[in-house]
Design a protein around this ligand. Sequence first.
Ligand code: NIG
Ligand code: FE
Length: 419
Amino acid sequence: MLIYNAKQLLTLAGGPQRGKHLGELGLIPDGAVLVRDGLIKAVGTTPELLERYPHEKRFDAESRVVMPGFVDPHTHLIFIGNRAFEFEMRLEGRSYQEIMAAGGGILNTVRLTRDASLDELVNAARPRVQGMLQHGTTTAEAKTGYGLEESSELLQLQAILKLDEEGPLELVPTYLAAHAIPLEYKLNPQGYTDLLVEEMLPGVLLWWQRNVPQRPLPFVDVFCEVGAFSFEQSQQILRKAKELGFPLKIHADEFENLSGASLAARMGAVSADHLVKSSSADIQALGISDTVAVSLTPTPFGLGHTEYAPAKKILAANGLLAIASDLNPGTAWCESMQFVIALSCRYLKITVAQAIAAATINAAAAIGRADRIGSLEIGKQADILVLSVDDYRNLGYKFGGNQVWRVMKRGKWVVENQR
Ligand code: NIG
Ligand code: FE
């Protein structure tokens, strides 16, 4: 299949983009891309590729933008229920942390999610997966974290694997049993941390090796925050996870600075996410590391806060910046990376080109998949969007709707939206 006549073909070629390089779109005017066997076989201009591949089946992009599928590197996709009542409480003046300290927040979702069956988990998440795909996300990370006990955390992991097998949206799993202190351990957070380190993490490893040995290990993530896991507890969990061979992620500096981002950089975590309260030392540490700094821009927005991740400072320190939805029932129920781009341009003060790179190639790096997805380059997976617009800048400019016309996943058209 030859996709031709792209007014702007955004290749994002050349690998993850650090610091001042963020936003190099690799734009080819009147571009074309050749897809065979689910992979990209050639990239160039329309006249070039039409001449080289005259007998290929063709798709006319009708002078629109063609670009890589969005990668959403941080979601809490697997949950039951809805916390609209907490949204209302927050609008009336209660804070997220207050609600959390009173046993609500994440624990409210745990109450609903813990006893769900595998089918219930999968059926609840499926419409969200559909929504993401229709808005152009072709790969997403997905976390457990609403079980907080061995069996239900494992079931949530299985739900992620099952949805990934169903496709076409590709899911990359993360084990987040360290998302909150479960009610049973309210007075003994260290007890839950020890359980995680001594039993739950080795348990997941064993389960993985027995059941899906062919798949790369999931990420292990920790919510390092006052009221969740302390710096020391986060360090203890991440150390154990690393020792067992798991790649690492962290929720750091969302509400208070606990130096979680520095910890992530020091431990070689693949990403550090949130970063709203990250200090200069944290930013410097990220800047000299390969840990991707992920802004979950919809989260402060969803909470009605005015402070966002210090993206410009992260870029000035030569950091790797990505953006993600943080899709979750508490702070940010957002299925659209197009909306994440629109918010990020405004609140992180980055250009549309920078936001696009942060949502594709750098987002792929944030889940350790930049070798396969996130750009249109020979040998990469054919995860491709055709937009309904002819100028990529519309992505940040217009918001609230859907500017994706068609979605291709691994070489197959999987979405055709109205234009
Ligand atoms: O990334 N901060 C921790 N976890 C989520 C919120 C989850 C929830 O409230 O259910 C986040 O914002
Ligand atoms: Fe999160």
